[in-house]
Design a protein around this ligand. Structure first.
Ligand code: SF4
Length: 227
């Protein structure tokens, strides 16, 4: 299940130092995905046993604030609640990155989570097209509502690129998420992508991202550009 570990990150959890763990596989096929090895052929990566991770974390006590669980898509794993529980028992906070496709699992985990980051791939009506999956948009809508009402710190974030997102798409997302705490526009990086054709795709310029930020600020408490 665990196919990668980044010992310390200063950027994955706002104002915290965390260890990042990467869980294999995903139920989406976003063409711009920047972890294709976790999606396409995770068995080629060395698996890290949970006990090994816990021993590593034990040694990090006092050095990190928590653990960011990312992927891939963590919520497709039935053992995720057990993993979260074991990390919490060591006294660490847990941040979960999710694509929002499993609200049932999310609801179960929320009481244990200290920060939730959910990807917003585009307006709901474009989800199947952008994620190249058969996702039911109602599941995504449900996850958004669970997170907004969770009482936990959270962010919604969109990796944006000209090929997939127009100004109108971003305004539709903003209308849908209006009043949410934190929205992040993430820069697309073409170096490594799940669909190799996307390595030829352009990114938005920094100026364009800043213009989007300004446009979206009236809808959210906080809007950030992550480049
Ligand atoms: S970007 Fe996220 S949701 Fe999309 S395929 Fe990659 S891991 Fe899955």
């Amino acid at each position: 299940m665990i196919r990668g570990i980044q010992k310390a990150s200063f950027i994955d959890w706002p104002d915290k130092v965390c260890t990042v763990i990467f869980l294999e596989r995903c139920n989406f096929r976003c063409p711009f995905c920047q972890n294709p090895e976790l999606i396409r052929n995770p068995e080629e990566l060395q698996e890290i046993p949970i006990d090994e991770l816990l021993a590593f974390l034990e040694d990090r006590k006092g050095w990190i604030d928590g653990v960011c669980i990312t992927g891939g898509e963590p919520t497709i794993h039935s053992k995720l609640p057990e993993l979260v529980e074991k990390i919490k028992q060591l006294g660490f906070g847990v941040k979960l990155d999710t694509n929002g496709s499993n609200p049932e699992m999310l609801e179960r985990l929320i009481p244990k989570l200290d920060y939730i980051a959910m990807d917003i791939k585009g307006p709901l009506e474009r989800y199947q097209e952008i994620t190249r999956s058969q996702i039911d948009p109602a599941l995504i809508r449900k996850s958004v509502e669970l997170i907004r009402n969770s009482g936990k710190p959270y962010e919604f974030r969109t990796t944006v690129l000209p090929k997939l997102h127009s100004k109108e798409d971003l305004l539709k997302i903003a209308e849908w998420l209006r009043g949410s705490e934190r929205y992040v526009l993430q820069q697309f990086r073409p170096e490594k992508t799940l669909d190799p054709a996307f390595q030829q795709e352009k990114s938005f310029t920094s100026e364009e991202l800043m213009a989007f930020k300004k446009m979206l600020e009236p809808y959210f408490k906080f809007v950030e550009v992550r480049e």
